[in-house]
Design a protein around this ligand. Sequence first.
Ligand SMILES: O=C(O)CCC(=O)C(=O)O
Ligand SMILES: [Fe+2]
Length: 346
Amino acid sequence: MKSIKSAGVASSSVVVAAAKISGSAADDDALKGFEIERIEEHDSGSFSGHRSSMERRGNGGRQSTLVGFWQRKGDKRSRDSSPTTSAPRNIVPRLRPPSSNNPPWENISLPNGPMLLLRGCVGGLNPSERRSTREALASLPDWKDDVKFKIYGKECQMRRRICQYSKGGGISYSYSGLKRMDAPEFPQILHDVKCRVEDLIRDYILDMTKDGQVSLKNLSIHSEFVELLNSMKSDTVEKNVYNYCLCNHYRNGEEYMGYHADDEVSLDPHSPIASVSFGITRNFDIRARKKKSDAGRPRLARVALGDGDLLLMFPPMQGNYEHSIPVEKRAAGERINLTFRRIITT
Ligand SMILES: O=C(O)CCC(=O)C(=O)O
Ligand SMILES: [Fe+2]
C-alpha cells in the first residue's frame, strides 16, 4: 500500500474512501471493484469557504486521518465491476455500453452520487489552445475579488475571484451566504465553451441511449434530460441545456472553495451541473452531507481536476454529498473553473 500523500494524487485516479455512508447512500456492494489504498494523513489546510458550514466546527478545518481508501482502477475492468444501486424513481435503469469511438468518458459515480468525467476535451484540443481559452477567461471584465459572504451570520471574505453570466443576461440565482449578483449575457468565449460542453454531453448520452433510456452502473439519467438532449438535435431552433455559469478563478494554491452542495431549488432537478477546469490541476474532494449526529465527516473521494477536464454531477449528487476545492499550498499556478447550471426561469 502506498500513501496518496506521497503519490500527490496528480494522476487521473479517483480515490474513494472505505468509510460507509449511512442510510441508503452506500452499502458493501458499492465498494466492490475498487482497489485498496491506505492513506496515513492528509492535511489539506483550511476548508472553510463561502458555502461551507461544518468546517468551522468539529476538527477545526483540519482533515482527520483517513484510512482504508479504495482506488478505482482507470481501466475498463474496474468500471465493469463497479456497483449498481437502485435507481431513483422516474429514472430508467439499464443501458448499453458506450461505443468505442466516443471520447473516453469515465463513470466515477459514488452510490447515489452520479458523476461522469471527461479528461482534457474542452477549451481547445491541446494545452496551448486551452491556455488561450484560460487567458481569455481570466481577462473577462466582470471578475470580483472582494466578495463577502455570510456563514452563520458572520461575514467572511471569499478567497478566490468569481463572476457569473447567463443566457440573455439577467437570470438571478442566489447562493447560500452570498447575495444575488448580476449575471450578464454570456460573452463569446463562454458561449463557445458552453456549446462544446453541450455537444459532448449530448453526443455521449444519446449514443448510450436506446429507446429513450440510458443508465450506467451507479448512474441513472432522468428521461427528461434525455428528451432535452434529443430536442437539441434539431438545428432549426436554438436549444440550450445551460443558461447560467458561475466562474471561479483560483489564482494560487491558497485560494479555495469550502465544502458545500449546489442544491438550490432554482436548479433544474433533472440536469447535471457541468464543471469545466482550466489551468493547474486541483483536487476536488467529496464527503457525505451532514446527517444528524455525525461529527467528523471524512473525505469519501478525491478527483484531480486538470486542464480541459469536464465533470458532470447528476442529480441526486447534491442531495447526498458536498464537494470542495481544498487549499493546496504547493499548487503553483492558477486555475479557472466554470460551473454551467440549468436554472428554472419560469
Ligand atoms: O472549482 C471547482 O471545481 C468547484 C466549483 C464549485 O463547486 C462551484 O462553483 O459550485
Ligand atoms: Fe459546487
